[in-house]
Design a protein around this ligand. Structure first.
Ligand code: ACO
Length: 429
């Protein structure tokens, strides 16, 4: 039975349909609100606005649940490869053996990067942030890989999605090598997605990279945990930009730019910088807890808080456990991990943090994992971007396949000057 809510204003009524999701989430469908009443809704930051219906990712911020296409992220982290997870998100189900083989072949065939792109990389100023470089280079891919005349639209889309997944990993490793002034290491067909990335990053002619199982596993889990998170800031950027029917490279490039911000993906870098500052400051994390609580101080506890999770981020739980296991198996003692754990212990009992539902998010422990693998701090958010790519692609594809998906064009409530006449320059004060 269809449900409605009734809106009453100045004696007139409008019935608005209620949309109910498969997990019981309820939304008021306001599609006809403006045409029937002249009203729009106002929701800065879109905290109460559902921008779409989606069958990709379910999260319950109160219970700390995250599922991709119905499968709990904990099970994927335990059992799946990153490649399978990417396929699951994009195609809606896990691949069978043949489909996975086919997908692997396509990823391998598309993993090289056009050699002319190297010149672009080399001309970025040395101090450029890798996220700025990645965003520009992904946009530039459209010029290097234009639409193929003889492909059907479906084949073209599949190829573009695969190209992005295959090349972004090579491009990220490439930027690291160029930043160090080292020769590039090419992808190898005998290595898995995660192994290949580590090999391209760390293999040198004078020191062959030995595949470290613990590092490969940590990277697999890290990327799976980042693979999608429904309508977050960067995903919404991809959907909004894509809604103008721009090419996929440009839409993904805008997602990378949004992810760069310290309130979003950039937090993993910001956490390590914050923990390092605390360590250099004598390890006095209590001072930073007080700073985070002080409303006159703009400082925020990086890696704490989330727009949707009002309990412990389920990804942070897995990340914390993996952090312990990784450091132990690699025999690494990281003082930042000790500071992080002690800080969490105290902060999560502090009334300010409790009242504001501030718990560690995924970024709180992920930087320590990346450090242990050997990833430089300024590449942390790039690692997040590689992980989030399947989610962005899946969300873009879902929006393109949605017959109701229109160009995104929010409204506003204007609060500026009302009309007044142009003043000639000699008469202006
Ligand atoms: N430290 C201190 N106080 C905080 C923090 C924090 N990390 N996060 C939120 N608060 C407080 C705010 O000051 C505000 O307090 P008030 O109501 O007393 O004024 C209240 O909690 C609500 O904060 P908002 O900014 O309105 O919450 P919002 O949902 O907009 O922000 C966000 C969520 C951006 C993640 C925020 O918690 C934050 O800045 N965290 C730190 C950065 C971070 O870790 N980002 C990663 C997010 S996860 C991800 O993108 C992968």
């Amino acid at each position: 039975m269809e449900e409605f809510v009734t809106l009453t204003y100045n004696g007139s009524e409008i019935k608005l349909p209620v949309v109910i999701g498969t997990e019981g989430e309820k939304a008021i469908d306001i599609t006809n609100l403006r045409s029937e009443t002249g009203f729009i809704t106002l929701d800065p930051g879109y905290a109460n606005t559902g921008s779409c219906t989606s069958a990709i990712t379910f999260m319950d911020g109160e219970k700390g649940i995250l599922r991709y296409r119905g499968i709990p992220v904990e099970q994927l982290a335990e059992n799946a490869t990153f490649k399978e997870t990417a396929y699951l998100l994009i195609h809606g189900r896990l691949p069978n053996r043949d489909e996975l083989t086919q997908f692997s072949i396509m990823l391998n065939d598309n993993s090289l990067v056009h050699t002319d792109m190297k010149a672009f990389y080399q001309n970025f100023p040395r101090a450029s942030h890798p996220m700025g470089i990645l965003s520009s280079m992904v946009n530039a891919m459209r010029s290097f890989y234009p639409i193929l005349e003889n492909e059907s639209e479906k084949e073209e889309i599949t190829l573009t999605m695969t190209r992005l997944l295959a090349k972004v990993r090579t491009m990220a490793a490439m930027s690291y090598k160029i930043s160090r002034g080292h020769e590039l290491v090419l992808p190898r067909p005998d290595l898995t997605y995660c192994e290949n990335f580590l090999n391209m990053m760390f293999e040198t002619p004078v020191k062959p990279y030995e595949i470290n199982r613990a590092a490969v596993n940590a990277l697999r889990v890290f990327w799976i945990l980042h693979a999608d998170h429904e309508q977050n800031c960067s995903t919404s950027a991809v959907r909004v930009v894509g809604s103008a029917r721009v090419n996929l490279y440009a839409a993904i490039s805008s997602g990378i730019s949004a992810l760069w911000g310290p309130l979003h993906g950039g937090a993993n870098q910001a956490v390590i910088e914050m923990l390092t500052e605390i360590q250099e400051d004598g390890g006095n994390f209590n001072k930073y807890i007080e700073k985070a609580k002080d409303k006159k101080d703009p400082f925020r506890m990086m890696g704490f808080g989330h727009r949707v999770y009002k309990t412990y981020d389920p990804r942070a739980k897995i990340m914390k456990k993996m952090c312990d296991e990784l450091l132990e198996s690699m025999n690494i003692k990281d003082p930042l991990l000790d500071i992080a754990k002690e800080l969490e212990e105290v902060a999560t009992k502090d009334p300010y943090f409790v009242d504001h539902n501030l718990y560690p998010n995924i970024d709180f422990y992920s930087g320590i994992v990346l450090r242990a693998i050997g990833i430089p701090t300024n590449m942390f958010t790039v690692m997040f971007a590689i992980g989030r790519l399947p989610g962005w692609i899946a969300q873009w594809k879902e929006s393109m396949d949605d017959p109701k998906w229109k160009i995104c064009r929010p409204r506003q409530v204007y609060t500026g000057n009302t009309a007044f006449d142009f003043v000639p320059i000699h008469a202006r004060r």
